[in-house]
Design a protein around this ligand. Structure first.
Ligand code: SF4
Ligand code: SF4
Length: 310
């Protein structure tokens, strides 16, 4: 996955109070960012602040149990009127683990699941996709030029193309990645969107930003953090973050808890809310800011980061 989703820091500002009579009892159309305890990865990107852990067998068992509990909860929404979309945002790489592949297949086949997607480095094999519903499944792929050979990575993309799988591909906009990103863009099918994430802590000159914008027309949204304090954000209302214990938060960055998924306590807390943090600098967060036009830009592909039109 990418190194997105680190808790933001900074002075909190007061959130709007949650409605006392939230939408408990009413059917929900909920988007869930799920992040269980898994933290290991088969890559070792120097710019990754996570995934430096080697998960023990016990930690892997716990991650598997948590994921299976979550997918069971989603499956139980059938017939309730709820519809669910899921983006898995693991700290590490999920698709090298059988339980993530199985979760994607199973969720993709449920009629009340509108979308299931995962952030991945795409190092996994692709044969398991034969069992998935590819109208529902999608991938948020990150290309890490220092970790995988160009031809090998491109071959994996071509496998997705041959299967008709939906995916976006991104590159962290480190200066040393520019040549590799240009080469990938030139060889990917034009219809595949290549996104560029601004590198953490790096300030781009206008000339550098123009180079990246030539590859990703939406790079401007990533270049600078978005002021978000007091601005309406869909998280906490139609989008939530869920961890392995079922703890529900509005997003991966705001630590306040809204309740628990499994006892249903989160439902009454779902309500329109303003962002309590000064800025939001991660796509998986600011895509939901109502003051940005990104639900239009990414219409039909908000979770997997596929724009409506390039
Ligand atoms: S692939 Fe993603 S999770 Fe793995 S080391 Fe690289 S940035 Fe970290
Ligand atoms: S803008 Fe939304 S996603 Fe970003 S930190 Fe604020 S509440 Fe979370």
């Amino acid at each position: 996955m990418t190194f997105l989703g680190m808790p933001a820091t900074g002075p909190a500002v007061t959130a709007l109070p949650a409605s006392a009579d939230g939408p408990a009892g009413q059917p929900l159309d909920l988007s869930i960012l799920y992040r269980g305890p898994l933290a290991s990865c088969d890559y070792d990107c120097p710019y990754c602040p996570f995934a430096k852990r080697r998960d023990t067998p016990g930690q892997l068992r716990a991650d598997r149990a948590a994921l299976e509990r979550f997918t069971g909860w989603v499956a139980e929404r059938a017939g309730t009127g709820d519809t669910v979309s899921v983006l898995f945002t693991p700290w590490g790489e999920g698709l090298v683990r059988s339980w993530y592949r199985r979760a994607l297949v199973e969720l993709s086949r449920l009629p009340h699941v509108r979308r299931v997607a995962i952030q991945t480095n795409l190092s996994c094999r692709t044969g398991w996709l034969a069992e998935a519903d590819l109208d529902t499944l999608a991938f948020w792929v990150t290309y890490h030029p220092g970790q995988v050979d160009h031809d090998r990575f491109l071959a994996k993309c071509r496998e997705l193309d041959a299967l008709g799988a939906r995916y976006s591909i991104g590159v962290v906009g480190q200066p040393e990645h520019l040549a590799a990103a240009r080469r990938l863009r030139a060889e990917l099918p034009p219809a595949v969107y290549l996104w560029i994430n601004a590198a953490e802590g790096y300030t781009y000159t206008d000339e550098e930003a123009a180079d990246w914008t030539a590859l990703d027309p939406h790079f401007g949204f990533s270049r600078h953090a978005h002021p978000s304090a007091g601005r309406p954000c869909r998280t906490g209302e139609s989008v939530v973050s869920v961890d392995g214990d079922g703890t529900v938060r509005r997003c991966h960055f705001v630590r306040e808890e809204l309740g628990n998924l499994y006892d249903g306590s989160y439902r009454a807390r779902l309500a329109p809310r303003a962002c309590p943090l000064p800025v939001c600098d991660c796509h998986i967060g600011y895509v939901h800011l109502e003051t940005l036009p990104l639900y239009d830009v990414f219409a039909g592909g908000v979770l997997e980061r596929i724009p409506h039109t390039r």
